[in-house]
Write a new protein. Structure first.
Length: 382
């Protein structure tokens, strides 16, 4: 095992055996739309490699610049060396120290928008900690909510220890020392935001640190669905600020004891329900009762919130399913029947009637209308 010092701004990492100058380290490897792009300290720009990139997760990305480094708004990173992982962890979150062995592997996907970050991590055993020296050198006071997905882990802060299992969560204050360790392979979602954004007193933040949030906690269940939906959709192109507010309000609700999802603002409930429906639209069992139940409200209450903006949850869900059906009609050769069931309809006739009402064409007519002949006599999307 090796202990590695990691810092955003430091000039070197110190390992048990040697000191490695960050300017001499290998580049961090990223995948961008099927091309492998390498970024390294002091590099003039991206360099492309033709070899296959192996990783735990694979997603499309788009460029952004964050914290002084060229990184990615939605990114997948593979840590093949201890030094790389140390740098990746600090670039993604904030300066930390890590303890891993030579066989360590990790993948990170991240979405950043407004001033928050959502990160999915999959890794083999590791320990990550932030001590008083790092805190003194880097005085950011972000807050983190770690939602554990698979494996088992332990989080320690302020004299408390939380044992993490599937779908449980723990809250941490990065302005105070902490340690997070995993003895087996794991995956997790991490929600990061500035302290000033959360609507809790400092006393409540201190008391919430390192206290286990059970998997069936109402606020956590809704927040987990929203964060997973954002990871699936990628960085929002519109309503980013409102979506950020939604996640922050859900976090505040999760941390307040006894604070149920029914106490959320109407706008937050709307945003959460929309994300949930986008994520689960292909599930034929998803109806408005199920959406309301997932958010711990009645169907009537959910319909009232949509009615305030002149919509209905049923119409929104139908629109999502028909939109996905259009994409499949245009981009795949699947039959209309397969598409109908694939986007969550329970029978083809209902799907065809809904599609015709929306587009004044049957699915087959719409597909023919949106295909044009190629020179070889076959068809391609218009």
């Amino acid at each position: 095992m090796q202990a590695v010092r990691s810092s955003h701004f430091g000039s070197a990492w110190t390992t048990a055996a040697r000191t490695v100058d960050v300017r001499m380290c290998s580049s961090v490897t990223l995948r961008d739309s099927g091309r492998v792009i390498c970024y390294g300290p002091g590099s003039a720009g991206p360099r492309h490699r033709a070899h296959e990139f192996r990783h735990f997760a694979n997603t499309a990305v788009d460029s952004a610049t964050t914290m002084g480094y060229h990184c990615l708004a939605m990114k997948t990173l593979q840590a093949e060396m201890i030094e790389k992982w140390s740098r990746i962890a600090s670039d993604t979150f904030l300066p930390t120290r890590v303890h891993v062995d030579e066989s360590f592997r990790c993948a990170i996907e991240q979405v950043r928008f407004a001033d928050i970050g959502i990160t999915r991590v999959a890794a083999t055993p590791a320990s990550v900690w932030r001590d008083a020296a790092l805190i003194a050198a880097d005085q950011r006071d972000d807050l983190l909510l770690t939602i554990h997905l698979t494996g088992t882990g332990w989080f320690e802060q302020a004299g408390r220890t939380a044992r993490l299992t599937a779908n449980t969560a723990v809250f941490s204050d990065t302005g105070r020392p902490y340690e997070l360790r995993f003895d087996s392979a794991m995956s997790e979602l991490v929600f990061q935001l500035p302290r000033k954004r959360i609507r809790l007193r400092d006393k409540d933040i201190r008391e919430s640190a390192a206290r286990l949030i059970e998997s069936d906690a109402a606020g956590l269940t809704v927040l987990r669905h929203v964060l997973a939906g954002i990871m699936k959709d990628g960085r929002p192109t519109d309503n980013a600020d409102q979506l950020a507010e939604t996640t922050i309000e859900l976090l505040s609700a999760t941390l307040r004891r006894g604070h149920r999802a029914t106490a959320l603002s109407g706008e937050t409930l709307l945003q959460a329900a929309r994300v949930y429906m986008r994520r689960h639209l292909t599930d034929p069992g998803l109806d408005i009762e199920a959406v309301a139940g997932a958010h711990f409200v009645s169907r009537r209450y959910l319909e009232l919130q949509f009615a305030r903006i002149g919509e209905s949850p049923a119409a929104y869900l139908r629109e999502l399913r028909l939109g996905e059906a259009q994409r499949r009609l245009r981009e795949t050769s699947a039959t209309v029947t397969d598409i109908a069931y694939g986007v969550g309809f329970n029978d083809v006739n209902t799907f065809t009637r809904a599609f015709r009402r929306a587009h004044e064409l049957t699915p087959r007519e719409w597909r023919r209308h949106h295909l044009c002949p190629r020179e070889d006599g076959r068809h391609e999307s218009a």
